[in-house]
Write a protein that binds this ligand. Sequence first.
Ligand SMILES: Nc1ncnc2c1ncn2[C@@H]1O[C@H](COP(=O)(O)OP(=O)(O)OP(=O)(O)O)[C@@H](O)[C@H]1O
Ligand SMILES: [Mg+2]
Length: 633
Amino acid sequence: MTATTTRPRTGRDDPLRRALALLALSPRTLALSVLLGVLALGSAVALAAVSAWLIARASQMPPVLQLSIATVAVRAFGIGRGVFRYAERLTSHDLALRGMAHLRETLYAQLAAGRTESLVGLRRGDLLARVGADVDAVGDVVVRGLLPAAVAAVLGLGTVLAIGAFLPAAGFSLAVCLVVAGVVAPLLAARAARRSEELAAESRADMTATALTVLDDPGQLTVSGQLAGQLDLLRDADRRLAAATDTGARPAAVSAALGTLAVGGAVVAALVLGIPAVGRGALTPVELAVVVLTPLAAFEATSLLPAAAVQVLRSRLAAARVMALLDSVDDGTTVRAVRPAFPRDTEEAVRPAGDTLAHVPDVTADDGAASAGPHGLVARDLACGWPGRPAVVSGLDLTVRPGRSVAVVGPSGTGKTTVLLTLAGLLPPHDGSLTLDGVPTASLRSEQVARSVVLTAEDAHVFETTVLENLRVANGATTADEARAALRRAGLGAWLDALPEGVQTVLGPDALTVSGGERRRLLLARALVSPAEILLVDEPAEHLDTETADALVRDLLSGSFRGEPTARTAAAESSRGVVVVTHRLTPLDTADEVIVITDGMVRARGTHAELLHRDSGYRDSLWRENQGSAASS
Ligand SMILES: Nc1ncnc2c1ncn2[C@@H]1O[C@H](COP(=O)(O)OP(=O)(O)OP(=O)(O)O)[C@@H](O)[C@H]1O
Ligand SMILES: [Mg+2]
């Protein structure tokens, strides 16, 4: 079996039900929460009943001893109500928070493992809203939706039966009023909320996305004069959000009125039915007080239900967005191809450093051998581009395997970054083939590719945490010594020495406290600590002076990094394959192959020396570069 579909992708399934399944709620804790909730509100109902009895009986001035048990019961129910409520809150919140953590974990894992092209069209703020507020909204349904409904149902039934035991007709009228307050009013509230929530969700997503844009790049937006426009968009989204909320206000008010009306109705009905019953002798005057006053407490449970219905609706909309996100990245996880085990999969350390090179078949000689498969990342006649747009670069042949270095050069906008994103499996190939150890990358999950291929993207995120934790993004096991070694190899030795707390120094929000060049090299250091054996590096030397830049690229391409690598990183290093995108030709003498891309095609390829010998364009570019360097120095 080479491909399996683990879960049908249906639009029929209720997204809330599917999302709830992903919360993996413990049935025992759920049952305990309901029980505690029933005990808490049950105490309130019992308190009302006993109080009514006590007041009514006391008016008859019986011997005080007859009242003492009721007095103790009042106290017990009063205290019990608070204690049970507290315990119920603890249990139900623990349940919901664990569920949210589980759902979020599933979501992150799927996002990391799934197909990334589906996310290309999603705005960053929108993605953030889905993994943030939407997951919270799904979790909220437990505490604010399901539990109140379950508690109200149990309690309502119990109270109706208890009152019915005294006077069946009063029990029936109470049941009718509870249905009005607990079913009709919530349905009305939910309907009112549906329209406004649909409108609000869109405005809220717009608001989050715009707010993030403004917060991310306030400087650039100010300079380009777009800040005012973005702020207007933000205000507009806020206005639409307020209008959407207002839309649902009137029906919500009717629903609230209905709830209050039902309480009054129940009391009046109990009086109307109870007084004649007292006359008939079917009910004692003290029991009449109980029958009339007890239902008041029962409505405490139903009063939460309109809000619960709105919460269910809100959670269902949020669940639909979360599940849509999961479904969109799911394709890559449902199709699994059998893939020859990468040596690291079994035991990272068993492969001797030099061994890899000795056993690598010459891919250029035989890259089609289906049995063994070529080692490393192999592109054949590859066309790279963005989804829904024409290919930016086509006809690319490229082989990178451990121990081999390739430099890609070309004018700005020619598609070098696009090529790297495609090689990293982050963009689907437009055409041609791309294989990792002989297996098409399209049939691998992103995390499988990421285990072997690491990309230092230009816009990778630098987190507001320590330097060490920023490197651990690529490898959680990185020690402080390994981090220091990687930073020095990335040319950040002096920067590191100047940091007040070394690798434990906390970087500012979104790396605002590091310069553009430092940021690039920090990302390079992050790639260096990664255990992946193929490194794709995009313009590592940008923002650096030419001398430092050339030294860095040379080091990367030759693998002779500066510093004192630890035993583990040294082993990984010597067997690494590297693709470096750069715009300077001078340091390319250390590359095993240089690929020149112009106008979407490979214009020339070979070693630096070969290209200098036979390609006049390459020679001219290098000459101009040297002139430029000479002039600037
Ligand atoms: N997110 C994107 N969506 C759609 N098209 C894009 C996207 N990013 C880049 N492109 C397009 O792809 C083409 C190649 O861009 P790319 O960034 O790969 O060039 P580059 O060679 O890396 O340029 P530079 O040297 O300036 O970094 C450009 O025409 C660009 O407009
Ligand atoms: Mg680029």
